[in-house]
Design a protein. Structure first.
Length: 767
């Protein structure tokens, strides 16, 4: 009898459970279909079209995935293609990238919160716009919320403070433009807080310093101001990224477990605290482009794990001790553009390829050609008493002028009301100067009047090496008379040698043979243009030597270009299976591709006229000792153009091949392709790879063609983004190819997606 009762109980429970489960499935499918409608039917949700089954059985795609637990949706990840571009980042929604005016973020979030079991929610690049509603707090089970790369504005809603289970919050690249709230300590489980690339203002909230679980704080590229509080209580903090804000206090005490501290491009003042020299785990410290003064703590250079130390463009003064010790892992030091005097310590004056040291723009007795006179630094380091006296006089002058300013302001206000509207109209109607169709042939007159147009470039040139003319004897001495042991290779544009200058600097010297009719004056104009091109991802052109050096045209038949030496080989070598110890992961490859894309974007847009046709190949991408990518052989078309014009006149019009500016995008597409499948080798040329692009459309095809290193280190979402932009770059029709800005932002987005995936995988792995 007992067995019969138990059987009936189980049977009844099973019967009752069936409709309950079916109702839940139907309910969740209906919610997902409503979300799809709210998002205006993005391609990433096409899999839901006419779908009526269990959402937990939906096949994940590169742009959408659903995870369930006990038949309830617990993870929802949707990735769109409505990217936010920096050039459009003006604080307002952008019509062609946002959802339509009929979109209601309030209705969207209302529907979303009915998925009450959600623990992970990622809604990236979907064009969502408007102020995020406070009702987001109804998703009380959320542990991860990522709504990056959308168009939300206003304030960060206080409802988020009620998501007490939240561990990761990412709202990067939006338009939040209110003050940063100060209720963060209610999120006691938070480990990652990322609000990069917004317009958040006001002080850094002190409540953040009470979340002891935090490992990452990223709030760079905002408008935070004022004082940075004591952060020593954040015992688990590993990454602090506050670059490009308006913070203007002294540097705070930092937690002892910090690994990466990025505080550049603010207005920090005062001395670098001695406490920084006690951060034993610190690997990466960037304090550049601030107003820091005083002496530099010697202990910074000898930290046991420090590998990257960037102190450039401050007002650091005094001398570094002769006995300064450098840590074993220290690979990059930049102390340029400060007020340092004395001798460069031996550990920084090493000519070893294992450490890069930049120290120009000081008053050091080392390499005086790139230093100021010592009086410049001593005068700049005036005493506090002198500054106080000057400030007192200045205040008195200002106080005496206040009355005049008030009266003048009243007059200007009246005039402004009368004329400002007219001026504003003229500013908005004035045509914008854009190089829509840059010429293939660039005249010497245009090059002579070249001008930089990028503010970033102006900053970058502050510590750029001085370009100069070398004598042939100097280059012969540097290369032991061009000894064959220093020969590095030969391409279509001349031989390449490694050399060492008299001051110990290693260089790469390329020899070019020019036709005797090449005008020497024309050549010098073109070299002067190239000397203006400075970028962190371009191999620096240090100077040139024109053999003979006379003014007669016939003497300019050979030229030597002197470049910085980049020691770690080319990108192609690192992609080759023949060098497994150098093979790069997917994240490494993305970092390299982004760096080169930034360099090419600068060449196209950072100078007028733009430098196009830049010989983009994997073996022209060089890696330094930190695997930072640098493009070589750029601008070669500008030098060789005159040669080719002379040859064309001599051999007839058929020999003159017209190269279009869009070829850089096309060639970069093959760099992307080689990054995906490995280097193009014999029997695997462009035609083969173009045919193989069709294989990327299926998982089996990808497994067959994609480099195994990529497959085992990438997320499918990140891979799909790069495959898509690669397809566009190698489109046969030039007008259909993307701009380099589009290429760059797709790569940055792919890197962001990959970083999120890596973080998720790390958090999911057992500790």
């Amino acid at each position: 009898m007992g067995y019969l009762y138990l059987f009936l109980l189980v049977f009844v429970s099973w019967v009752l459970f069936i409709p309950s489960t079916q109702e839940l499935q139907t309910f969740q499918v209906q919610l997902l279909l409503q979300l799809r409608k709210h998002l205006e039917y993005p391609s990433s949700l096409e899999v839901l079209e006419n779908y009526e089954g269990d959402p937990c059985n939906l096949t994940s795609t590169a742009h959408m995935s659903i995870t369930c637990q006990e038949n309830s949706v617990t993870e929802l990840k949707i990735m769109g293609d409505k990217l936010v571009k920096v050039s459009e980042f003006n604080g307002h929604a952008i019509p062609n990238q946002t959802l339509s005016e009929s979109f209601s973020i309030d209705s969207f979030v209302t529907t979303l919160t009915r998925l009450t079991s959600l623990r992970v929610l990622c809604l990236v690049s979907l064009g969502i716009w408007g102020p995020l509603p406070d009702k987001i707090h109804r998703l009380s089970s959320l542990e991860l919320l990522d709504m990056s790369s959308n168009f939300m504005f206003g304030s960060i809603p206080s409802g988020i403070s009620r998501l007490i289970k939240l561990q990761t919050l990412a709202m990067d690249i939006n338009f939040f433009n209110d003050s940063v709230p100060d209720w963060w300590d209610s999120l006691s489980n938070l480990t990652i807080l990322s609000l990069k690339g917004n317009q958040l203002k006001g002080p850094f909230p002190t409540s953040i310093c009470r979340i002891t679980s935090l490992t990452d704080i990223a709030m760079s590229h905002n408008e935070l101001s004022g004082k940075l509080p004591d952060m020593s209580t954040l015992s688990n903090l590993h990454v602090l990224d506050l670059r490009e804000n308006k913070l203007d206090s002294g540097l705070p005490v930092l937690p002892k477990g910090l690994i990466t501290a990025l505080l550049s491009k603010n207005s920090f003042s005062g001395e670098i605290p001695e406490q920084f020299g006690e951060l034993a785990l610190l690997q990466h410290l960037d304090l550049s482009f601030n107003h820091l003064s005083g002496t530099t703590p010697s202990a910074l250079f000898s930290l046991p794990n420090i590998s990257y130390l960037h102190l450039a463009s401050n007002m650091l003064s005094g001398s570094l001790p002769d006995h300064l010790s450098c840590g074993r892992k220290l690979g990059f030091v930049d102390i340029s553009d400060n007020k340092l005097i004395g001798v460069l310590p031996p550990c920084l004056d090493s000519t070893s390829d294992k450490r890069v040291v930049k120290f120009g723009g000081n008053c050091l007795s080392t390499d005086v050609q790139h230093q100021h006179q010592e009086s410049y630094c001593r005068e700049a380091s005036m005493s506090k008493q002198s500054r106080i006296r000057e400030i007192g006089i200045l205040v008195a002058i200002i106080g005496g002028a206040v009355l005049f300013v008030v009266l003048l302001g009243s007059v200007l206000l009246i005039l402004c009301r009368r004329y400002c509207s007219r001026v504003k109209f003229e500013q908005h109607t004035r045509p914008k100067v854009v190089q829509d169709n840059p010429p293939t042939v660039v005249s010497s007159e245009v090059l002579a009047n070249a001008r930089l147009i990028s503010q970033v470039v102006k900053l970058g040139t502050q510590s750029a090496p001085v370009y100069r003319s070398f004598s042939l004897d100097e280059l012969k001495e540097a290369t032991n008379n061009f000894d064959s042991s220093l020969f590095m290779g030969e391409g279509s544009k001349g031989k390449l040698y490694k050399g060492r200058l008299e001051n110990g600097t290693y260089v790469a010297i390329r020899s070019l043979t020019l036709l005797k009719k090449y005008s020497s004056q024309n050549l010098k104009v073109r070299l002067d243009f190239l000397s203006k091109l400075h970028h962190p991802h371009l191999v620096a052109l240090l100077g040139h030597c024109i053999e003979g050096g006379g003014q007669d045209d016939s003497s300019a038949n050979k030229i030597f270009l002197v470049y910085e030496y980049v020691p770690n080989g080319n990108y192609r070598t690192h992609l080759s299976e023949n060098f497994p110890e150098k093979v790069l992961t997917w994240s490494d490859r993305l970092a390299i591709l982004i760096g080169i894309a930034k360099a090419v974007h600068f060449l196209h847009t950072g100078v007028i006229p733009g430098a196009f046709n830049n010989r983009l190949r994997t073996n022209n991408i060089l890696l330094d000792e930190h695997r930072i990518a640098k493009l070589s052989d750029y601008g070669m078309f500008i030098i060789m153009e005159e040669n080719e014009k002379i040859e064309a006149k001599r051999e007839g019009p058929k020999s003159c091949q017209r190269i279009e500016p869009g070829d850089d995008v096309y060639n970069f597409g093959f760099i992307l392709l080689e990054s995906l499948v490995g280097p193009i080798v014999s029997g695997k040329g462009e035609a083969f790879l173009l045919n193989e692009m069709a294989s990327f459309g299926s998982q089996d095809g990808r497994r067959r063609i994609v480099d195994p290193v990529v497959l085992t280190t990438c997320s499918q979402e990140s891979l799909s983004i790069v495959v898509s932009i690669t397809n566009k770059c190698i489109c046969p029709e030039p007008s259909s190819r993307p701009s380099f800005e589009d290429v760059l932002w797709n790569l940055q987005y792919a890197a962001q997606v990959q970083a999120t995936a890596d973080s998720d995988q790390k958090s999911d792995s057992p500790s």
